[in-house]
Write a protein that binds this ligand. Structure first.
Ligand SMILES: NC(=O)c1ccc[n+]([C@@H]2O[C@H](COP(=O)([O-])OP(=O)(O)OC[C@H]3O[C@@H](n4cnc5c(N)ncnc54)[C@H](OP(=O)(O)O)[C@@H]3O)[C@@H](O)[C@H]2O)c1
Length: 382
């Protein structure tokens, strides 16, 4: 009896020790990744890093491209990196579709962009350009965290006869705290950063696959913050863990974006559609100011401009497709590793498959719920 109790105590103590060690190991690994991320970031992700890379290997001719026949869709295009990418691509002649959740902020961005394109294109061509600039900029009010809003947008886009997008940029991003759900009941960061982009891609993909000889590229704007996180495939909406941490949920979402890009690249022919992720470095934008005030205060003087943050999106939209490698992560016009040295963040292909399957399952649940409540309303009315 005494022996049995003793054995139980030893077993419990051993388990506690293992748990403690596992926790210590996990915390130490996390600290190691965070330190590597910050040291590397200060050297490379800042304005100084951009200028260093620009001097070393950027080629102006890569982005001196006429995009007149191209349609580019950019989510979160009313501000920061998304707006700068829209402007840079519009100045190269692309037809730009601004996907913004707020109509006033969207209209303001559209006006600013039309004005800019009119001035600059006018100077270059001398034709009556303000109309043509206005014709090349389209605002679509769409909230990428809400499945119903995305479905409505895609239906409208296709019904209006716009062509399959040549470039689809998933730029809208959220790092929102405390935990909250969208009107459809989905955790808002996951809904904006992961679920919405998957649904938007899946709904537009058939048009890209069917277009003749098209050149289509899907770009996910991720964050280097994802380097500190493992791929989360279980608790996608932070429902099972205590103490919600928006910075970590955002970083997990950004890691998920990279895995999702790989999964699309594995399943869609690159001759039809290319899938890549890119990260902008650390750029001065409202997201950084509002969601990370401490980080912003410390790095304020050395952050990149939003234009510099948008540079790789512009480059990926301009260079010939043969220069782009499907499924890769890009930063400052280069392929970069998806994992930090000595980190334990690698995962298996089946994890990425499981993730994308679960995201689509969540989308199906929302659709089923919406259909059954629409049927209830219709039933009540008849
Ligand atoms: N700035 C950086 O240093 C940095 C670093 C790494 C990654 N990134 C990534 O870069 C991307 C752009 O961010 P940013 O830095 O340029 O910040 P930003 O200026 O705040 O832009 C974020 C954009 O996303 C839009 N947005 C947010 N939720 C949305 C929703 N549900 N539906 C539609 N649009 C939505 C915002 O619209 P509202 O104006 O209506 O809020 C805004 O236009 C994000 O994906 C971010 O994660 C930025």
């Amino acid at each position: 009896m005494v022996l049995a109790r003793g054995a139980r105590l030893v077993a419990l103590a051993t388990l506690a020790g293992v748990a403690l060690n596992t926790n210590l190991r996990r915390n130490a690994m996390y600290a190691l990744k965070a330190v590597q991320f910050l040291v590397h970031g200060s050297w490379s992700y800042t304005r100084g890093g951009f200028e260093k890379h620009q001097r070393a290997y950027f080629r102006a001719e890569d982005v001196a491209v006429d995009l007149h026949d191209k349609h580019v869709l950019i989510t979160g295009a009313n501000s920061g990196i998304g707006y700068c990418a829209a402007e840079a691509l519009g100045l190269r002649g692309a037809t730009v579709h601004l996907l913004c959740r707020n109509s006033e902020r969207g209209e303001a961005a559209k006006m600013r962009l039309v004005q800019k394109l009119s001035e600059r294109t006018g100077a270059a061509t001398g034709v009556s350009v303000s109309t043509s600039a206005a014709e090349r900029v389209h605002l679509h009010v769409v909230d990428v965290s809400e499945a119903h809003s995305i479905r409505r947008f895609v239906q409208d886009y296709l019904e209006r006869g716009f062509p399959a997008p040549n470039v689809l940029v998933h730029n809208a991003g959220a790092m929102t705290s405390p935990w909250k759900a969208t009107s459809e009941g989905v955790e808002v960061n996951f809904a904006t950063n992961v679920m919405g982009p998957v649904l938007l891609t899946d709904l537009l993909l058939p048009s890209m696959l069917q277009s003749d000889g098209g050149d289509h590229r899907v770009i996910f704007v991720t964050s280097a913050g994802m380097l500190t996180e493992r791929l989360e495939t279980k608790d996608l909406e932070w429902r099972d863990r205590a103490r919600f941490d928006a910075t970590r949920q955002y970083a997990k979402n950004k890691r998920q974006q990279v895995a999702i890009v790989e999964q699309y690249a594995r399943t869609v022919s690159p001759d039809k559609v290319l899938f890549v992720a890119c990260h902008p470095g650390w750029a001065e934008t409202p997201l950084v100011q509002e969601a990370m005030p401490g980080f912003y205060a410390r790095l304020r003087g050395s952050l990149r401009t939003a234009d510099q943050g948008a540079d790789t999106i512009v480059w990926l939209s301009c260079v010939p497709r043969s220069r782009i490698e499907d499924g890769m992560l890009y930063f400052d016009r280069n392929i970069v590793p998806k994992h930090l040295p000595l980190s334990d963040t690698s995962y298996h292909v089946r994890d990425a498959e499981e993730l994308l399957r679960k995201v689509r399952q969540r989308i199906d649940e929302i659709s089923a719920k919406a259909e059954s409540s629409a049927a209830r309303v219709a039933g009540a009315e008849t």
